[in-house]
Design a protein around this ligand. Structure first.
Ligand SMILES: Cc1ncc(COP(=O)(O)O)c(C=O)c1O
Length: 400
C-alpha cells in the first residue's frame, strides 16, 4: 500500500471517464477479438513525408539541443506568417509562444491567467480537458449548455445569463470537439462584443480549423474588433491539420505579457518543446499544404457517409457537423431498453454494452458533459466505418 500523501491540488481533477471503455477495448483486442474503434482523437493518416524529412534533417544537422523556452524564431515566424495568410492577423514574435501541444498551451494559459474565485465560461458539450485545466487552477468552470436543435452553437441569452462580475474568460472551440459544431461570423461577433462589454478574455481553440466541410471557412474571433485582437488568445497546433499528434507542437498568439508569463512558466517546468519537432512544424506550416487538403477531403467523404448511416437508424438522430472529425448522435431513445438482459440507462451503459455485445468502441457523451449522446470519431477508414455503422444498426434494432 503506497504511503504517498498527494497534494490537495491534484485531487481537484479526475482521470478521463473513458478509461473503463478503453481498458475493455484493449482487453478484447488482446484476447484476439476484433473491435471496430471509433474513439480516436487523432487523424488516422501518416504524418506527411515533407514533415518527416524536415525532422530527419534536423537530427542530421545536430539540431538536437535546448532551444529558447518559448520556441525557436523560425517556428514563431512560420506561425506569424500562417496567421497573416489565414486570418489577416499581425503578430510579433513576442506575441507568440510555442508549447508542447495545444493542450500544453491551454494548460499554461490557465496557470498564468487564472486564480481561485475566477470564473471561466465553457460551452458544453466541451472537450473535457478544458474543465480539468480550469479546475486545476482553483478557478470555477461555468458550463453553458448548447442544444442539438441549435447545432450545438451557444445560445446568446444563455451566454449572457452566465456572466457575473467574476467572469474572467470564455473558452471557445471552433470547430468543436466533440460535436463538430461551427460558429458563423455573427455568433462570434456577439461573443466578442459581449466580452468587450464585460471585460472578458477569450481563448479561441482553433485546432480543427483545417478540417471543415461544405465550404465552411472559420473566421477567427480575434479578427472581429480591436478589443477581440487584444484580448483573444488564439490556441492552435500541428496535431490535427498535419496528423502530428505525437510530435507535440502547439502555439498561442496574443498579448505579449501573457506570452512572456507562459514562456517563464515553460522555462521553469518543461523547457522548450522538442527541437526536432519544432523544425518539423516549420515545414508543416511553410511547406506544401496538399496533404492537408487530401485529409480534409477524406474526412468529408466519411462524414457524409456516417451522418446518413446514423440518421437511417431508427432511434438515433445526428446533426451534420461542418467541422472536426467527430459526430455526436443522440442515443437517448435507447435508454430504458436492454440488450441480452443488459440494461442501458445512460451514455456510459450504451457505450459499454455496445462494446461488449457488438464490438464497437465509441465514447460516451457524459465524458463531454452531455449524457444523451455518444461521440463517434471518423478518423478511421471507410471499411471500418461501414462495418461499424452496420453493427450499430443491428445493435439498436435488437434493443428491447
Ligand atoms: C479541442 C481540442 N483542443 C486541443 C487539443 C490538443 O491537441 P494537442 O495537444 O495534440 O496539440 C485537442 C486534442 O484532442 C482537442 O480536441
Amino acid at each position: 500500500m503506497s504511503k504517498a500523501k498527494l497534494s490537495k491540488r491534484i485531487g481537484l481533477i479526475e482521470p478521463s471517464m473513458t478509461i473503463g471503455i478503453s481498458a475493455k477495448a484493449k482487453e478484447l483486442c488482446a484476447s484476439g477479438i476484433d473491435v471496430l474503434t471509433f474513439s480516436a482523437g487523432e487523424p488516422d493518416f501518416d504524418t506527411p513525408d515533407n514533415v518527416k524529412e524536415a525532422a530527419i534533417k534536423a537530427i542530421k544537422d545536430g539540431f538536437t539541443k535546448y532551444t529558447a523556452a518559448g520556441g525557436i524564431n523560425e517556428l514563431k515566424d512560420a506561425v506569424i506568417a500562417k496567421e497573416k495568410r489565414r486570418n489577416g492577423l499581425d503578430y510579433k514574435r513576442e506575441e507568440v509562444c510555442i508549447s508542447a501541444g495545444a493542450k500544453h498551451s491551454l494548460f499554461n494559459i490557465g496557470q498564468v491567467m487564472l486564480d481561485e474565485g475566477d470564473e471561466v465560461i465553457i460551452p458544453a458539450p466541451y472537450w473535457v480537458t478544458y474543465e480539468a485545466i480550469v479546475k486545476y487552477t482553483q478557478a470555477k468552470p461555468v458550463i453553458v449548455k448548447t442544444k442539438e436543435e441549435n447545432n450545438f452553437v451557444l445560445d446568446k441569452n444563455e451566454l449572457e445569463k452566465a456572466i457575473t462580475d467574476k467572469t474572467k474568460m470564455i473558452w471557445i472551440n471552433n470547430p468543436s470537439n466533440p460535436t463538430g459544431a461551427t460558429y458563423e461570423k455573427e455568433d462570434l461577433q456577439f461573443i466578442a462584443d459581449l466580452a468587450e462589454k464585460h471585460d472578458i478574455w477569450i481563448v479561441s481553440d482553433e485546432i480543427y480549423e483545417d478540417i471543415v466541410f461544405d465550404g465552411y471557412s472559420p473566421v477567427s474571433i480575434a479578427t472581429l474588433s480591436d478589443y477581440a485582437k487584444e484580448r483573444t488568445l488564439i490556441v492552435n497546433g500541428t496535431s490535427k491539420s498535419y496528423s502530428m499528434t505525437g510530435w507535440r507542437i502547439g502555439y498561442t498568439c496574443g498579448d505579449k505579457e501573457v506570452m512572456a508569463a507562459m514562456t517563464k512558466l515553460q522555462s521553469q517546468s518543461t523547457s522548450n518543446p522538442t527541437s526536432i519537432a519544432q523544425m518539423a512544424a516549420v515545414e508543416a506550416l511553410n511547406g506544401s499544404q496538399d496533404s492537408v487538403e487530401m485529409m480534409r477531403k477524406k474526412f468529408e467523404e466519411r462524414r457524409n457517409y456516417i451522418v446518413d448511416a446514423l440518421n437511417a437508424i431508427e432511434g438515433i438522430t445526428c446533426v451534420k457537423p461542418k467541422g472536426a472529425f467527430y459526430v455526436f448522435p443522440n442515443v437517448s431513445n435507447c435508454y430504458g431498453k436492454e440488450y441480452n438482459g443488459k440494461k442501458i440507462n445512460n451514455s456510459m451503459d450504451f457505450a459499454m454494452v455496445l462494446l461488449e455485445e457488438a464490438r464497437v468502441a465509441l465514447v460516451p457523451g457524459i465524458a463531454f458533459g452531455e449524457d444523451d449522446f455518444v461521440r463517434i470519431s471518423f478518423a478511421t477508414d471507410m471499411d471500418t466505418i461501414k462495418k461499424g455503422m452496420e453493427a450499430l444498426k443491428e445493435f439498436v434494432s435488437a434493443l428491447k
